[in-house]
Design a binder for this molecule. Structure first.
Ligand SMILES: *Cc1c(COP(=O)(O)O)cnc(C)c1O
Length: 419
């Protein structure tokens, strides 16, 4: 048992759906990200079904994994998108996403990004400060448009997650405080080229309890009541993303229970409900496949040096995050304790510490739950071309991103000419 329904052992060989990972390694090389189309589809359907007859829009948070094949799959399932840059906007459009289902988040939208999004005609800008509101108002005026806006409110609740991915505390850079939000909504007359259509929050990522979501939605409902009492019409309530997944022994709420809790909390509100899930849609649908280059036994430790590194999967180095690491072939040899590390010249370059594995040089390993914030956070550190990406659908493996070449990496660099 792997613990991941779309990645299972058949005849002691780990497979993605029906395709042996060994076969993918031979065809596309390693390191390689592999996604299960069935797992992606099931996660989306779980959200969608849980909303049953509530007016809702699921806006997939593109930054979790922005490959256009994944965006295209979600778009065809009816998903909307939460973007944080003009680049992500272009990806969504290229992938066939519907502009009328796009919300634009982020504290630092540039004038150029605002122009692009206004031109395309997105659903809403999630605005995070008065300075941004003024800028958006001015740009919309220049373009002869009205910009639809939600203020992102910082509800000041503790998401109880890693400090780097906690965003809803008053000391974080995100959103505006609830009391200021009322004043800003009331100052709508100062922004004639903006229309306040929604109300938004997002409190953090990898939350494993319902309570912070419940607290945040309560605060948002209180705010909604106050805004309506002042005669403002708010069309949608956006409760952000953040639902956690199981990497090892976490017990996050199920998608069903999470959505049911949000719907129950907001039952008396007539507004359309938006959510912005990222990790919970893609995290457990992807793995990183890597090959053991060398085994190194020192007096202190055993190291398995693999061909994937912190530039491919940054989460262990950045957040000390845990990912299960499974052997692709299980042959029953004696296991030893290993540090699984990459070739990058940093002690922080590791994929897992203290893993009990039976290994030989050349073996394949699967780093599990790598579908979210894996490829999308990857870099070219150490001039390492980024990994290939493959989407498996039943018994077929589709290449959805070619492995980068060194030529592509240096194509935009140049040596100044001597005079
Ligand atoms: C990152 C982010 C999300 C998605 O968070 P997940 O934890 O991946 O669900 C949603 N909304 C905003 C504004 C974000 O920044």
């Amino acid at each position: 048992m792997s613990g991941f329904p779309q990645f299972v052992y058949r005849n002691r060989a780990l497979c993605a759906e029906s395709v042996p990972l060994q076969q993918i390694a031979e065809e596309f090389g390693t390191p390689c990200y592999i996604y299960s189309r069935a797992a992606l589809t099931q996660a989306y359907q779980a959200f969608n079904t849980a909303f049953s007859n509530r007016d809702h829009l699921i806006c997939y948070a593109v930054k979790a994994n922005s490959n256009i094949a994944i965006l295209n799959l979600f778009a065809r399932l009816g998903s909307g998108f939460d973007i944080v840059s003009g680049g992500e906007l272009q990806r969504v459009i290229k992938a066939g996403g519907n502009p009328a289902k796009i919300v634009f988040s982020g504290v630092g939208k540039t004038a150029q990004e605002m122009r692009m999004a206004l031109g395309i005609g997105i659903l809403c800008f999630n605005v995070e400060s008065e300075a941004e509101l003024s800028a958006l108002n001015r740009i919309a005026q220049e373009m002869g448009k009205i910009a639809p806006v939600s203020l992102r409110v910082n509800p000041d609740v503790d998401a109880k997650t890693h400090p780097y991915i906690s965003t809803g505390l008053k000391e974080n850079k995100f959103g505006v405080p609830a009391d200021e939000a009322i004043r800003i909504y009331r100052s709508a007359h100062l922004y004639p080229h903006v229309s306040f259509t929604g109300l938004d929050c997002h409190i953090g990522s990898q939350l494993t309890e319902l309570d912070p979501f419940v607290q945040a939605s309560n605060k948002m409902l209180g705010l909604l009541d106050q805004l309506q009492a002042q005669g403002l019409t708010i069309h949608h309530l956006d409760l952000g993303g953040g639902l956690g997944i199981r990497y090892t022994n976490e017990t996050p709420p199920s998608i069903q229970n999470y959505v049911a809790a949000l719907c129950a909390q907001t039952a008396h509100a007539k507004q359309r409900l938006l959510i912005e899930p990222g990790r919970s849609l893609v995290g457990n649908a992807g793995i990183l496949l890597t090959r053991v280059e060398y085994l190194k036994h020192t007096s202190a430790r055993n190291f398995a040096i693999v061909d994937a590194a912190m530039n491919d999967l940054m989460r262990p180095s950045l957040y000390d995050a845990y990912h299960d690491i499974l052997p692709v072939q299980t042959d029953g040899a004696a296991a030893q304790m290993y540090h699984v590390v990459g070739p990058v010249c940093e002690t922080g370059d590791f994929l897992g510490h203290d893993r009990q594995l039976a290994l030989q040089q050349g073996d394949l390993l699967a780093v599990m739950s790598a579908g979210a914030y894996g490829m999308s956070m990857s870099s070219n550190y150490n001039t390492r071309p980024r990994a290939a990406e493959v989407m498996v659908d039943g018994d077929t493996a589709h290449l959805i991103r070619q492995r980068e070449t060194i030529d592509q990496l240096i194509a935009t660099e140049q040596i100044p000419s001597e005079n």
